[in-house]
Design a protein around this ligand. Structure first.
Ligand SMILES: Nc1ccn([C@H]2C[C@H](O)[C@@H](COP(=O)(O)OP(=O)(O)OP(=O)(O)O)O2)c(=O)n1
Length: 136
């Protein structure tokens, strides 16, 4: 693919950049009226369905998906991106700072699932702290 969006990597592509680009995309097409929270949620769920179809009937797939063809990996990247872009846009139109919310949620997760004994977490000082990552 060629165009103005080449060359990004995980470090340079921020949530803020994706948010701005989705906003420009919608404004340029006068599509803001369609980008309501409910429409965006449904669009995102639709894309999650398309993402699921890629894995449907394949059985368990090893990490790194070594046996997939290049075009299958490209398709996977497209569907993952659709989900991400709608999620970023949904957060934006709901006035949620997604980066901030995600960092806060990571902190909450770490409190809920303390490190097991011997891994350097507070659980080392707390004999009953480890649950091996199982939800309670
Ligand atoms: N009203 C819309 C329609 C599309 N998009 C953007 C966000 C998604 O990244 C992508 C989704 O486009 P399509 O609905 O055409 O879905 P696909 O790209 O998955 O195409 P298809 O469903 O034909 O596989 O385009 C958007 O922001 N707002």
């Amino acid at each position: 693919m060629t165009g103005s969006n080449e060359g990004g990597d995980d470090a340079s592509v921020t949530i803020g950049l994706l948010k701005r680009k989705m906003d420009e995309f919608a404004k340029a097409r006068d599509w803001e009226k369609f980008h309501s929270p409910r429409n965006l949620l449904l669009a995102m769920v639709g894309e999650v369905g398309e993402l699921s179809e890629i894995f449907q009937w394949k059985g368990e797939v090893p990490r790194g998906i070594p046996d997939w063809k290049e075009e299958e990996k490209t398709h996977l990247g497209e569907e993952l991106s659709d989900v991400l872009l709608y999620l970023v846009r949904l957060s934006d139109v709901c006035g949620v700072d997604l980066g901030k919310a995600a960092l806060r949620k990571l902190d909450l997760n770490a409190l809920k699932y303390p490190l097991p004994k011997g891994k350097g977490g507070d659980a080392d000082a707390d004999a009953g702290g480890s649950n091996n990552g199982e939800a309670e």
